[in-house]
Write a protein that binds this ligand. Sequence first.
Ligand code: C5P
Length: 271
Amino acid sequence: MGFLDDDWFMYRYNPTIPALLNRKNSVLPGDTNKWWRGLQPSKLRVNYTEVVDQLFSLFPDEDHYSDAGPDRCRTCAVVGNSGNLLRSNYGQLIDSHDLVIRINKGPTKGYEKDVGFKTTHRVLYPESAVDLDDNTHLVLFPFKIRDMQWLISTVTTRHITRTYTQVKSSIKANKNKVMILHPAFIKYAYEKWLQKNGKYPSTGFITLVFALHVCDQVNLFGFGATSNGTWHHYFDKSHTHYKGGPHKGDIENITMHQLEHRNKISIYKGY
Ligand code: C5P
C-alpha cells in the first residue's frame, strides 16, 4: 500500500504502536493506563503487572506480526456480523484470504455459502465468547483488566462467572494460539482513528484498525446496514444499532469510507 503519499492517512496511522501485547511491550504509559482504567466499571485495585505476568506464563509471549516489509503480502478478510452477508455468496471469496478474522459470536456453521468456512482469528471478550476450533487464534480485546483475569480464569480456576453480566467460565480454545490486543491499541484506535468521538470504538472498528497493522491487504465484509437499510446480525433477527450507545457508528462509517476512498481497504457491501 502506498502509505507515504497520504496526509489524512499518515496523520492517523502510527506504524510503531504495538498491536498485540507481550511481556516486553506491556508497560502502559500513565495516560494510557488512566484512559483504559476509565473504561472500566469497577475501580477495583488490580495489579496490572501481576495479571500480565500470569497471562504470559499461560499463553504465548511473542512478538507477533513484526515482519512487515515490501515482500510480505498478507491478505486479510475482516468479517463483521451484519445481515448484509445473507445472500451475498461471499463464502469462497472470504476463504481465499490468508487471514480470516471473525468477530464475537458470528458463526460459520449453516452460513458457509455467505460467510465461508475458514476462521484463522476470532476477536472476542468475555461477554461475547464462543468455543473455537483448534486452529483458530483467539484474539482477546481487553476492554477492562477483568477481561484479562477472565482469560486466565478460563484455563485455571474457572472461578470468574460474572463481569457486568454472566460469562462463560471456560471456553474451548487452543492455548497456544491465544493473542491479546494491547490496551494502548484501543486508545490509539479511539484517539487517532476516531478523533475521540464517542466513548470508545466498536469491536468491529478496532478489528479493522488492527487489520491495517498486521495485514498488507484488508477487505471488509459484513459491515453496515443491508441494502434496504436494516441493521441486524446475519445469524439472528435482533436489531443492532450503531448510532447511539458508547460508539459513534456514523464516525466509524465515515472513517471506513475514507479508508476505502484512499485505497487502503475494500468494502464488500453484501446484499
Ligand atoms: O454485533 P457485534 O458487535 O458482534 O458485531 C461485530 C461488528 O460487526 C460490529 O462491531 C460492527 O462493526 C459490525 N456490524 C455491522 N452491522 C451490523 C452488525 C455488526 O457493521 N448490523
